[in-house]
Design a protein around this ligand. Structure first.
Ligand code: ADP
Ligand code: MG
Length: 243
């Protein structure tokens, strides 16, 4: 589903940072990949390149066969196909829960209002928040807002979902409800790349764990390999610090 070949990304401002250095990776249809690594290692940049929130300087990225770096590729289509959920929920504050999820369906997926509404309600039900459809984001807890953000991304019928530390801004008691929704998606066969510090989630849900450091993928393998027998010293050190 996701083929990344030799991508690099350098930021020049405020000073030169090689955020990604010749990264290659394939994520299969239905696969769940958890990305871990120290702060500044390039995890977010890697995810953001996959839906062109950042544009890789070189290399090739295919999403279900579509070359997303090709000048003729419609960037809005790419973003609909590759949903993203952020640490900060990024809901529209002046729109109700329902309208946050409705919003792009007409424009991007050409759905009638009625059709969009049906899909929205089904998704709000799926993330366990249908009873809040008419409230505004600031009336919701962080966990509820994040579940709305997931529903909004799913409303585009994405081919893959990217999660960038989706539970890092949440109070501890709300982390579980968001991870539960993600776990359900994984079970249903969604292709997912997840940056998270939730190692329980990685162990239980990931098909594969990727460890990044200094803009490179240093090591990858099954959760079993990762948590019991990592090969690289940098991986061992990182795991020792977080576990
Ligand atoms: P991580 O998500 O692993 O913490 P990031 O991908 O956010 O790492 O960042 C990788 C490196 O790129 C860091 O040194 C960061 O400061 C830099 N960086 C990321 N985004 C930008 C940006 N938009 N402009 C300048 N530097 C950036
Ligand atoms: Mg990050």
């Amino acid at each position: 589903m996701i083929n990344v070949k030799n991508i690099s990304k350098t930021f020049m401002v405020p000073h030169r940072v090689d955020a990604l250095v010749d990264v290659s990776e394939n994520i299969a249809r239905g696969e769940v990949v958890v990305v871990i690594g120290p702060s500044g290692s390039g995890k977010s940049t890697f995810l953001r390149c996959l839906n062109r929130l950042e544009t890789a300087d070189k290399g090739k990225i295919l999403i279900d066969g579509v070359d997303i770096l090709h000048p003729k590729t419609d960037i809005n289509k790419v973003r609909a196909e590759v949903g993203m959920v952020f640490q900060s929920f990024n809901l529209f504050p002046h729109k109700t829960v329902k309208n946050n999820v409705n919003l792009a369906q007409n424009v991007v997926r050409k759905r009638s209002s009625k059709e969009a509404e049906e899909i929205t309600m089904a998704l709000l039900d799926k993330v366990g928040i249908a009873d809040k459809k008419n409230v505004y984001p600031d009336q919701l807890s962080g966990g509820q807002q994040q579940r709305v953000a997931i529903a909004r991304a799913l409303a585009m019928n994405p081919k893959a979902m990217l999660f960038d530390e989706p539970t890092s801004a949440l109070d501890p008691e709300m982390i579980g409800e968001v991870l539960e929704v993600m776990k359900t998606l994984a079970k249903e066969g969604m292709t997912m790349a997840v940056v998270t510090h939730e190692m329980g989630f990685a162990r239980e849900v990931a098909d594969r764990v990727i460890f990044m450091d200094a803009g490179k993928i240093v090591e990858e393998g099954t959760p079993e390999h990762f948590f019991t027998n990592p090969s690289h010293d940098r991986t061992k050190l990182f795991l020792k610090q977080i576990l």
